[in-house]
Design a protein around this ligand. Structure first.
Ligand code: APR
Length: 238
């Protein structure tokens, strides 16, 4: 085993070949065809909850049409045999990592953190209670947790704080290998994880379709479709 404590950060690029669209593909600067401030901010939810719920309802429903690809499955196989610690931090709100690890059970040192939330969970606006959720949410969806609450998607919107940052920071401080897979590095704090990993003395590798604007922050880069590059790279670790 060349590396004991590993952190893998994933972004939309790892799910692209499953058919989940990435965010910043449009030359017109739109975010999944919308202005961010119309669908992915707390202010948008106050202003037009029907529009925001409809946006996430569509994305939630789309999960039924996609499956984990060779990259998700390669990480799951790796997690099953890695004897050390493996922290998989995803910015993705889909459940494709979850399904891959349900298929191939991970070792005891594995944890999966959805730092930007999950489409298949809903949160009460009054109590912050989180519950599993698979159905559509209505504009004013009553919360089962609190009489004054309503249910919102369990998604970290722009302007909100990502989840589980303490656990992520602790894993970064202890890591000896940091992989960043399929993320443009356009959104903080995830874009800054590579610097924390370097500070910890870790080997840092960017795995992406093409070099990102943050390429110089990594010592190594591996480029091509994730379904090819991720299984091949993980095979080199043993
Ligand atoms: N294999 C590998 N990488 C790919 C592939 C592929 N098949 N297809 C696309 N990519 C790369 C793109 O080149 C791009 O660098 O994946 C990256 C996707 O970048 P973004 O669309 O910006 O997605 P991401 O980095 O996950 O966005 C981060 O920003 O919008 C917010 O909260 C949202 O979690 C998201 C965060």
């Amino acid at each position: 085993m060349r590396h004991r404590n590993i952190v893998i950060l994933t972004g939309a690029g790892i799910s692209a070949e499953s058919g989940v669209p990435t965010f910043r593909a449009d030359a017109d600067g739109l975010w999944l065809g919308h202005r961010v401030e119309d669908v992915a901010t707390p202010e948008a939810f106050v202003r037009d909850p029907a529009k925001v719920q409809a946006f996430y309802n569509a994305r939630r429903a789309q999960l039924a049409t996609v499956r984990p690809n060779a990259a998700h499955l390669a990480i799951a196989r790796f997690a099953a045999r890695h004897p050390g610690r493996l922290t998989l931090v995803t910015q993705n709100v889909d459940d494709l990592h979850d399904r891959a690890h349900a298929e191939i059970a991970p070792g005891p040192g594995f944890e999966l953190i959805h730092m930007h939330g999950e489409l298949l969970k809903a949160r009460c606006t009054a109590s912050d209670m989180v519950c599993n959720w698979r159905e559509d949410l209505e504009a004013d969806h009553p919360s089962p947790h609190h009489p004054q609450g309503r249910l919102r998607p369990h998604i970290v919107w722009f302007g909100e704080t990502p989840l589980e940052m303490d656990r992520i920071e602790a894993a970064l401080q202890a890591c000896d290998l940091f992989l960043s897979i399929g993320t443009s590095g356009a959104v903080y704090p995830a874009a800054g994880f590579v610097q924390a990993a370097r500070f910890a003395g870790a080997r840092t590798v960017e795995i992406n379709l093409e070099p990102t604007t943050g390429r110089r922050l990594f010592v190594e880069g591996v480029y091509g479709p994730a379904t090819e590059t991720v299984p091949a790279f993980l095979d080199t670790l043993y």
